[in-house]
Design a protein around this ligand. Structure first.
Ligand SMILES: NC(=O)c1ccc[n+]([C@@H]2O[C@H](COP(=O)([O-])OP(=O)(O)OC[C@H]3O[C@@H](n4cnc5c(N)ncnc54)[C@H](O)[C@@H]3O)[C@@H](O)[C@H]2O)c1
Length: 285
């Protein structure tokens, strides 16, 4: 069981939404928190809020797409707070667009920020935890990775988020051997700043920031109603899951049926198909 109090935690994308919820709740539960974000002003606002409530926090600039920036952030955090034993690789950005209409820059950005952003953070922080046989790595994927058919026109994002789920569930095997906890979060709908601010998160190497939020293409539909949970409520669920070292966390119980119909049945049908193929070959012998 990983306790939270007294630990040093890093949360990426902590200037807003789920990351802010995690940072504030970690501090409330007694951790010292590095609030890392590509938008330093937002990170500083969250730190001010934590400090005003009596918590310990540090604002750090970081672009998770850039490995050098992640390593610089790590050096700043360990220098100021000490060795990190809780990583929340949470930063991300989204996009809804038909793949054949999506600019290459945006495809690269969405894959880099979501998938490589998590990988870059794991590479920076996981080895020290494995060496110390202590700590917990946590990454934010999405229900769009767990249920790729849930939201349309979302291919690079779904792919990157499914990549995070695969990365974390696979890493969990060796992390358990190394005495390190490992959890992946697949949020459904959570109150956050993405809808209004997403375009502001695009780093210079992918075309730079623009004003505005998420653009929705014509004909957009969603397979289920979204219930938006408050980020701090989600953070409480996540920190309990860290204590319990759960493999996977979802935030919306009503999505169980979409999982069964959209994923379990698709995969089961693929197994049935290969079984039928093998039977037909046996019959032909
Ligand atoms: N809110 C939801 O309903 C929902 C659903 C599924 C998945 N998610 C995932 O949750 C995570 C948090 O998003 P949120 O919903 O809280 O949105 P948000 O827009 O409120 O927060 C995202 C934060 O990430 C930061 N960020 C973006 N790119 C960055 C980069 N390159 N380096 C460092 N920081 C960067 C932003 O500045 C922002 O503070 C994301 O990974 C997102 O994909 C959210």
């Amino acid at each position: 069981m990983t306790e939270i109090a007294g630990r040093i935690a890093v949360v990426t994308g902590a200037g807003s939404g789920i990351g802010r919820g995690l940072a504030v709740t970690l501090a409330k539960q007694g951790a010292s928190v590095a609030v890392a974000d590509i938008l330093l002003d937002n990170a500083q606002r969250v730190v001010d809020e934590i400090n005003a409530a009596g918590g310990i926090a540090l604002a750090v600039h970081c672009d998770v797409c850039d490995r050098t920036s992640v390593n610089t952030m790590k050096a700043a955090v360990t220098g100021a707070l000490g060795p990190v034993s809780l990583l929340f690789a949470n930063a991300g950005a989204t996009s809804f667009e038909y793949l054949d209409k999506m600019p290459e820059n945006d495809i690269d950005w969405i894959v880099q920020v979501n998938l490589m952003g998590v990988m870059n953070c794991l590479m920076a922080f996981y080895p020290d935890m494995a060496k110390a046989r202590d700590g917990h790595v946590f990454a934010t994927a999405s229900a769009a990775g767990l249920l790729p058919a849930w939201v349309p026109y979302h291919a690079p994002y779904s792919g990157a988020k499914m990549g995070i789920i695969g990365t974390m569930l696979n890493l969990r095997i060796e992390a358990l051997e190394a005495g390190v906890g490992c959890t992946v979060l697949c949020p459904g709908g959570v109150e956050s700043g993405m809808k209004d601010n997403n375009a502001r998160y695009r780093p210079a190497q992918f075309g730079g920031p623009e004003e505005g939020g998420v653009k929705i293409p014509e004909g957009f539909f969603q397979a289920a109603d979204l219930h938006f949970r408050p980020a701090e409520e989600v953070a409480e669920l996540c920190l309990q899951a860290v204590r319990d070292n759960r493999a996977l966390v979802v935030t919306d119980g009503s999505m169980r049926q979409i999982f069964t119909e959209g994923y379990v049945e698709t995969v089961t049908a693929a197994f049935d198909y290969v079984d039928a193929f093998d039977r037909s070959r046996d019959d032909a012998k």
